[in-house]
Design a protein around this ligand. Sequence first.
Ligand SMILES: [Zn+2]
Length: 336
Amino acid sequence: MNIFWKNIIGHERNIDRLKLLCSEDRVPHSMLFCGIQGIGKRLVAESMAAAILCHNPIAGTACGECPSCKALMADIHPDFFQVQPEVKKGSELIKIEAIREMQEKISRMPVVSKQRVVIIDDAQTMNDAAANCLLKTIEEPGGQIYFILITNSVMAMLTTIISRCMREDFGGLESQDVVKVLVQKGIDDKQASYLAGFADGSVGQGLLLNDEEGSSLHNSAMKFFTACAQSVVDMELAWMLGRELGEKDKGQLQQWFGFFIMLLRDQLVLYSGSDIILYNQMDMGRLGNLAGGLSQRKLLAILKLAREYQGRLRYSVNNRLLAESFIVRVKDIVED
Ligand SMILES: [Zn+2]
């Protein structure tokens, strides 16, 4: 894993603050890193862990030479622990068993370092039992144990956990930083700039469109948007699209709604005549041709509806019903 702050692109202010805590030996025992998905919070947490565990840290930075740093780089550090959600049927969950297993491990004496660090990624996916179980440990951390919780949804976490952690908020990345990270990941410059258009400050979001599935979801959202703008949303389309979307898992549907919302937003930007950069930069001509098909009032109504349904997805038990109901309600707005 990465152990150096210098390898992280962006988040300079957060890093300065965290480095200072390390160098002054004031690291709180529980921290909560918050921010949208795909911006590198985990990389920051790993560098922080390395600085805490390092035998000879230099100005709050891991030395890269000591046994602790070497063990981390080889992913075999016995005093570094990670808890991640299990993925089942498209939804993610950290169960109480995973927390108990971690508690069992940290109850042993540290081996390589004096400290121990636990990173809990996607901490919002802990169910209540898991969160309450963790709460006991972070209330009385016994010994030199540091917890770094990472989340993209603070709202979904227990307030009792939030209140016991030092919170560090991370903003989205600058567009040029997204391009840099994408290029680092082996994507060519042109494609990286294209993807960064959709990224909204998140490398993860930019990468969504880079695979076949992502681009097919984008095409599907574009097709529906075009049908709306041309006022040709009929029951047959509603049925077909409902079936197509009904087969997707929650994550894919989230993406679909995300792309659809970006198209609505871009069309509104085109109407306003402002020079805000479009997400769908490459499809500007196509969007321009569709302009006028839907009034601003209708676009805003559909946008509101799309956000509402995107939020409802989290609790949905039948994705197909949800998708069909959304399409029918959009049809009503289009025909209004
Ligand atoms: Zn070191």
